[in-house]
Design a protein around this ligand. Structure first.
Ligand code: 2M8
Length: 489
């Protein structure tokens, strides 16, 4: 029996005792399929996004996975979040990947040796490429969780040095809300100071532009890795294709290269990451030395939503909610003043190095809808954009990752057109926050239609709805559970 299967038996979640009563037979089957994927992707300590493409733990994936596990295995959701936050760095950053020492360097690139610049822990003696081979030795990324109170020894797992959108407060809150009680309150109490430190890091160390918005130092930090939102800023990064001679891409060995970033883009991704790494992952004076610094509307909207949610969590754990409310208000105001374009009715990424906003209409520009105090006129602009032919859900398809009418809209390539479940889940939350129940329900039905017909894929073709990328994808399965549980009454 596999390790995952053993654990499933131990936690007993496969039979879905929490199957919502109101589900018909077809929905019950969709529910069981989703729960089984979360079981299969559970390693015993954390959930991987996908067994084929992403064999480690990813930061924002863990937040969305928590939302789904809340329905079928809340104790596993807490363990998953703990496992991620045990790798939090002393400066508060939560790394975008926490590596599983049981997985070889060959199984994912860029792996630990890339991020640490050290000797990899690869146990595969055949791994002799630039991805790193060497003596069997564990390395730990700077920080590695060591030094956090109560976690002095660190997680013992190496990590990357960049971050992802902070959706963990939302994930934790959903787990608590769906299955409250003393044990859940205790878990929230453990997480709360860590979530606060994560926000503190983003607010202080990443305010490179000086206006109160956090800058991302790599497209991967946005979670929308290959979005056209980064094209302009990325084009200014010197292209050094030689970097691809030193490293071997793993992604295009697993899925079609037509669906993934081009080699030129990938070379730039690597050189930006190497620049940050070689600067010791320090954030001081980034403006003077780092080649990519962008204020992303999606990232900052989720940072604001985290503060809104931390205010709720603070009330449960006996902390003061007021500073969180104030910070959520500040972030909302700064986003509204700095990244909104009245001409397009949506938000756009801003290149801190040039002060220019990207003209591209990308789905991260719709995400500020999750903020409850967004000015009414901006809410109206976003709702109009969501309903327009550019992003419209009239055709029965959820919102694509990029403007359908753009000349370079690409229905297959990663974040440049396809439909993503997590983003649409957030948009539905935003629509509900602003009382657009009918549109929210249209979106919920369209999302469920996709998984019923195509399966629980990583992303979907925005025309045909066909599944693309990795099958049996954790956040798609997790959020499916949440959408099924959340039937309108
Ligand atoms: C994708 O990103 C990773 C790098 O972090 C990759 O392409 O290898 C993105 O879709 C990201 O948002 C996601 O968290 C990750 C794992 O699902 O995959």
């Amino acid at each position: 029996m596999s390790h995952a299967a053993k654990h499933v038996r131990a936690t007993g979640s496969t039979e879905s005792p929490d199957l919502p009563r109101q589900l018909g037979d077809a929905d019950a089957q969709t529910w069981r399929g989703a729960a089984a994927i979360l079981d299969a992707n559970w390693t015993g300590t954390h959930t991987v996004p996908s067994r084929t493409l992403y064999p480690h733990q990813w930061s924002w994936d863990a937040g969305f996975i928590g939302v789904g596990l809340a329905h079928v295995a809340p104790e596993r959701a807490w363990q998953d979040l703990r496992s991620l936050f045990e790798a939090q760095w002393p400066d508060g950053r939560v790394p975008h990947i926490v590596f599983d020492p049981g997985v070889t360097e060959r199984d994912y690139f860029p792996g630990p040796s890339f991020w640490t610049g050290g000797t990899p822990y690869a146990t595969d003696p055949a791994a002799q490429d630039g991805n790193g081979a060497g003596p069997r030795r564990a390395v730990r990324a700077p920080g590695g969780g060591a030094g956090w109170p109560g976690n002095e020894a660190g997680s013992g797992r190496p990590s990357s040095g960049i971050v992802q959108p902070p959706v963990h407060a939302v994930g934790a809150w959903e787990v608590y809300r769906r299955a409250p009680g003393d044990a859940a309150a205790e878990e929230l109490g453990w997480l709360y100071p860590r979530l606060v430190a994560q926000q503190e890091y983003l607010t202080t160390c990443r305010d490179v532009g000086g206006a109160g918005l956090a800058a991302i130092v790599h497209p991967w930090e946005s979670g929308l890795d290959n979005s056209p939102a980064w094209d302009e800023a990325l084009a200014a990064v010197p292209l050094a294709v030689e970097v691809l001679h030193r490293y071997t891409r793993r992604d295009i060995q697993v899925v079609s290269s037509d669906h993934r970033p081009t080699d030129d883009d990938y070379a730039r991704y690597l050189s930006i990451a190497l620049s940050y790494r070689d600067g010791g992952y320090r954030d001081a004076e980034l403006g003077a030395r780092h080649p990519f610094l962008v204020e992303c509307p999606g990232f900052n909207a989720l940072r604001g939503l985290a503060e809104v949610t931390l205010a709720r969590i603070a009330e449960v754990v006996g902390a003061d909610p007021a500073p969180h409310r104030a910070r959520a208000r500040d972030i909302t105001r700064q986003l509204a003043e700095r990244l909104f374009d009245p001409a397009t009715g949506m938000f756009h990424a801003l290149d801190v190095r040039t002060g220019r906003r990207s003209a591209a209409r990308c789905v991260n520009g719709l995400l500020p809808l999750v903020l409850p105090e967004l000015p009414v006129a901006q809410v109206a602009g976003l709702v109009a954009a969501i309903g327009s032919a550019r992003f419209g859900i009239d055709a029965g398809m959820p919102v694509p990752s990029y403007d359908r009418s753009a000349a370079d809209f690409d229905p297959l390539r990663y974040w440049r057109g396809p439909v993503w479940f997590n983003i649409n889940w957030l948009l539905r939350l935003g629509l509900r926050t602003h009382g657009r129940e009918q549109l929210a329900e249209t979106l919920r039905s369209a999302l469920l239609h996709l998984v019923r017909h195509s399966g629980y894929y990583e992303y979907f073709h925005p025309g045909t709805g066909a599944g693309i990328g990795s099958p049996a994808f954790s956040w798609t399965a997790a959020l499916t559970l949440d959408l099924l549980a959340d039937q309108p009454r």
